[in-house]
Design a protein around this ligand. Structure first.
Ligand SMILES: *Cc1c(COP(=O)(O)O)cnc(C)c1O
Ligand SMILES: [Zn+2]
Length: 418
């Protein structure tokens, strides 16, 4: 049972067939799926959804496929974790971490969008599946392509973290490291998709890919007992995730499935790659491109495809956005690990640091519910934390050495704190 009617332009609302078209031929606006909401309403109920498997396909009435899901049976439905110790440190009352750092199978939010894009790619007859990636997307595209037996091409900038590269290579795609930054890679992939007719998750399949991100919004509300939080903080790179979390909220609101008002949305970027936040602060609707320079490589996109949609949602929801330095990002990673036992990558550190900043600025009030979207796993970028973590203290096998250490007299260790 499919409720997918077709695609329509986000800007001028021109209708298109549900094919691998992603840009409006009238105004160059992005295309998004249109559903038959009356048909969806019949089965998209709290009870039905709650009875389904714990993956993103539990929301399938509002996902853009026409047949059965083909991959992603372990993707989505990641934990929404109360964060009381971090809340105490930040001086707020009700704080949650939505942890996509443990998404299956490649440990980032990208497993949501790729599950949908890969299924749709097969439905549309593609046998080659690819992407332009800042790391995590390549990992996910390559993994899901393996599962589906698709030929896979992953294009990345040539300066990514070694384990992000390995995390794609392990699935044996054709992995092309482009001499340039992500924006160069994206431009190249647009040409490749056109010329060779391959399915690129975030280019010609982008309308389907982006819809997968809505499921993070659906899950937050379901996991709060079908209640909207007041404030949601999300990282921003190409601008897929944040507006789609809000689109998910809006659909639930429209269908009467969420208690309360729509949340205020807040965007988080690294100061070294913050075209969207800079535009927001300057009162501009369309971000000017920047040249990225930050340790937060997974969100280092200088010319975000959906940047204007992020600004639209930040304004419409009554939220805001901030940027933080690399130093603050590393502190954010440490703070989350130290207080809640969750190790995130720089994108997550950005979200933590920006949340802290927005609370300090009193943009986010201290007595209302806040959800922070943690989108990636720290073990992929562990090397950046070298020098900022507890050092292992070498000791012998003897109990005396432990006692000497505890007494602060172990030779060569001095009075180091346990
Ligand atoms: C891709 C990604 C994002 C957000 O990207 P958008 O393009 O804005 O959807 C955030 N965090 C991580 C870890 C990512 O890999
Ligand atoms: Zn248009």
């Amino acid at each position: 049972m499919s409720t997918l009617i077709g695609l329509q332009c986000h800007v001028c609302h021109t209708a298109f067939a549900a094919e691998a078209t992603y840009v409006c031929d009238q105004c160059f606006g992005p295309l998004e799926p249109v559903y038959d909401y009356d048909k969806a309403r019949a089965t998209f109920t709290r009870e039905n959804i709650a009875s389904r498997p714990r993956n993103l396909w539990r929301y399938r009435e509002l996902l853009p496929i026409t047949g059965e899901p083909l991959t992603g049976f372990g993707s989505g439905f990641t934990p929404l974790i109360p964060a009381p110790r971090l809340a105490a440190r930040l001086g707020v009352r009700e704080l949650y971490v939505k942890d996509d750092g443990v998404n299956h199978p490649t440990l980032s939010y990208k497993d949501r969008v790729v599950s949908v894009a890969a299924t749709r790619a097969v439905e549309l007859g593609f046998t080659v599946f690819g992407c332009a990636s800042t790391g995590n997307l390549g990992n996910s595209v390559a993994a899901h392509a393996s599962r589906l037996g698709l030929r896979c091409f992953v294009f990345i900038p040539d300066d990514l973290e070694p384990y992000k590269v390995l995390g794609s290579a392990i699935y044996h795609p054709t992995l092309l490291a482009v001499r340039g930054n992500y924006d160069d890679v994206n431009r190249l992939c647009t040409q490749v998709a056109d010329k060779h007719g391959w399915g690129f998750a975030n280019i010609n399949l982008r309308s389907y890919y982006a819809e997968g991100a809505k499921t993070m919004g659906f899950e937050i509300v379901e996991q709060l007992g079908w209640r909207f939080p007041k404030h949601v903080v999300s990282p921003v790179a190409g601008g897929t995730l944040l507006p789609r979390i809000f689109r998910g909220f809006r659909e639930l609101h429209q269908l009467g499935l969420g208690e309360g008002d729509l949340p205020k949305m807040y965007g988080a970027q690294a100061a070294g790659s913050a075209p969207v936040i800079r535009a927001l602060h300057q009162g501009i609707d369309y971000p000017d491109p920047v040249k990225p320079d930050t340790i937060a490589k997974s969100i280092a996109i200088g010319n975000p495809a959906d940047g204007f949609q992020v600004i639209e949602v930040l304004k419409e929801s009554g939220g805001w956005g901030e940027m933080v330095t690399d130093e603050e990002i590393l502190d954010g990673i440490n703070l989350l690990a130290e207080t809640e036992g969750i190790f995130t990558e720089p994108a997550g550190g950005t979200t933590i640091a920006v949340t802290r900043k927005l609370i300090e600025q009193e943009r986010i009030p201290r007595n209302e519910s806040i959800v922070m979207c943690i989108t990636g796993n720290g073990y992929k970028t562990a090397d950046i934390m070298t020098g900022r973590v507890t050092r292992a203290i070498p000791i012998s096998r003897s109990l005396e050495d432990v006692d000497a250490y505890l007494a602060g007299t172990l030779a060569g260790v001095g009075g180091e704190q346990a």
